[in-house]
Design a protein around this ligand. Structure first.
Ligand SMILES: [Zn+2]
Ligand SMILES: [Zn+2]
Length: 432
């Protein structure tokens, strides 16, 4: 047994809770899910969605504040002396035309801020998160005799652009509302069968940085390259040289991704341009690796520009979009062990898996990175129809990923599992 699974499997002295019966609430939860699924809203536009959540929480007796950091909602329910447990859902959809073929597919089209008409879809399953969140709130209210403390329900907007958690924290989430002792969230998984949960202690999701590189040159006629310094050639060298950051500068034991996702330059066959623009995404777990990636990008781009004969004033500009950057998600090991035991008691030990970390990012990680250093746990809620999962495994085919226009989670199985898992995790954390 590795250290990792030893931590995860360590049994604490937790009571085992009775299996939560959400079956009878399923028709109501299904109605909520289908409504949310068919009315997705883009990041920063979650107005209707936030009102629906605020209405539900108010009806359940929470003290509700809306418009926190954009369309964020905070619901507080005080139930005697005890810890404060925060449960977070995200609320935004994605600019994707849904192609799942399900009868309840989203038909929503909006004009984005660039003036282009786009489809909107809950392609990351945030509708599953919200429904599980409301089901959990309802369950915990109905079972108030089983816990003591303050329940803090947080519906966070703009996750897909890495801005919502930051905005809610900036508006004093922990100072104006409550400082949680425990913070938990779930994310639906496109690679775990519905009915199961997968999680891991420590690093579980990566940090995300968006970086622009403006490569400069001296343009001119395509037939007289010797009179120019060609930024297309410099940019090409840069793209190749950047591959050595992960492969040659960083330890092979440290996760790192440096991806050039976009390259644009020039306007015509026979014109050498003055500029090429690159757009990169950087991923890592360790903040020191992130620093090293950025330092290496600056050094490599400047070095290549110098070797091409450019003066320093024309060295590439490296712009790190600090406002969009999110840290890695670090699951507090002790809290995650308690959450794991509670979920096992709710849905059965066989349905809880130790998972590998991924290089995708989540701004949920930010809630654990404030100066209070609060413990957070994010777990994966299986979303794939079990039969589809079994077939994909048998035929070695790829399942639609999160953010795919074809991602159709098995909500009828995933939502009750989400409610059971999340409710039991919260009940366990209310126990001192
Ligand atoms: Zn997403
Ligand atoms: Zn997501």
């Amino acid at each position: 047994m590795t250290m990792l699974s030893a931590t995860l499997l360590a049994t604490s002295a937790l009571p085992s809770y009775a299996k939560i019966n959400v079956a009878e609430r399923l028709p109501e939860l299904e109605k909520i899910y289908l409504d949310l699924h068919q009315s997705p809203e883009l990041s920063f536009n979650e107005k209707e969605t936030s009102q629906k959540i605020a209405k539900h929480l108010t009806k359940l007796g929470f003290e509700v504040t809306d418009n926190v950091g954009g369309y964020g909602v905070v619901g507080l329910l005080k139930n005697g002396q005890g810890p404060t447990v925060m449960i977070r859902t995200d609320t935004d959809g994605l600019p994707i035309i849904e192609q799942t073929g399900v009868p309840y597919a989203s038909q929503v089209r909006v004009t984005n801020k660039e003036g282009i008409q786009v489809g909107v879809m809950h392609g990351c399953g945030h509708d599953i998160h919200m429904t599980s969140f409301l089901g959990t709130a309802e369950h915990l209210v109905a079972n108030k005799d089983k816990w003591q403390g303050t329940l803090m329900m947080v519906a966070q907007p703009a996750e897909e652009v890495g801005a919502g958690a930051k905005a809610m924290l900036k508006e004093g989430l922990f100072s104006n509302f409550a400082k949680p002792d425990h913070i938990i969230a779930l994310h639906v998984s496109a690679s775990v069968p519905a009915g199961k949960v997968a999680l891991k202690p420590e690093y579980t999701m990566a940090s995300v940085d968006s970086v622009d590189i403006i490569v400069k040159g001296k343009g001119g006629h395509g037939a007289y390259p010797h009179t120019t310094i060609d930024p297309v050639v410099i940019a090409s060298r840069v793209v190749l040289a950047l591959q050595t950051i992960t492969s040659r500068e960083l330890s092979p034991l440290e996760p790192s991704v440096v991806t050039v996702g976009s390259i644009h330059g020039g306007s015509k066959h026979n014109v050498i341009s003055n500029e090429v623009k690159l757009q990169l995404t950087l991923r890592s777990y360790n903040p020191a690796v992130r620093e090293q990636q950025i330092a290496a990008i600056k050094r490599i781009t400047a070095g290549i520009a110098a070797s091409a004969g450019l003066e320093e004033s024309l060295f590439p500009e490296v712009i790190v979009h600090e406002g969009e950057s999110i840290p890695s998600t670090y699951n507090n090991p002790q809290q995650t062990a308690r959450v794991t035991e509670a979920i096992k008691s709710a849905i059965g030990g066989d349905n809880v898996e130790l998972t590998a970390p991924v290089m995708a990012g989540e701004d949920f990680g930010l809630f654990g990175r404030t100066e209070e250093k609060l413990p957070i746990t994010l777990f994966w809620l299986g979303g794939v129809n079990p039969q589809n999962y079994a077939e994909a495994m048998k035929n070695n085919t790829q399942l639609p990923s999160l953010h795919s226009s074809k991602f159709a989670p098995d909500y009828q199985k995933a939502i009750p599992t989400g409610v059971s898992a999340m409710s039991n995790a919260a009940l366990a954390l209310f126990r001192k």
